[in-house]
Design a protein around this ligand. Sequence first.
Ligand SMILES: [Zn+2]
Length: 131
Amino acid sequence: MHAKRLRRYGDASVVKKLSSRHHGVTLSDRLWARVVRGAPDACWEWQGATDKDGYGRIGRGGRGAPNNPAHRVAFEISRGPIPYGLLVCHHCDNPPCCNPAHLFLGTHQDNQADKVAKGRQARGSTAGRCS
Ligand SMILES: [Zn+2]
């Protein structure tokens, strides 16, 4: 009798834990749910909200959490934390692209140099591709 009651209590607590799991969607789940992943060398474009420069924006989740550029989140998920002060740049010059193979770390200096180089080659495409 006593043992039965204990077991029932145990079951109840397990059920409670499982039922709250729908809140446990990870940042990674939410990112890739909004990215069209194609061939390994293709651009994987973010389909959700973007900022004025065309970069994807994804909420970190949680109260008051800021939005983050989707490609930075993609980089972190795939390669690890971004060192403080560094930018995540696109080899492909495609702001919504979240293919980790197209992303690399750069500095603000790199970004400026990139802008200048691209400004000389193709007028109208002077935006830096790091954020
Ligand atoms: Zn790309």
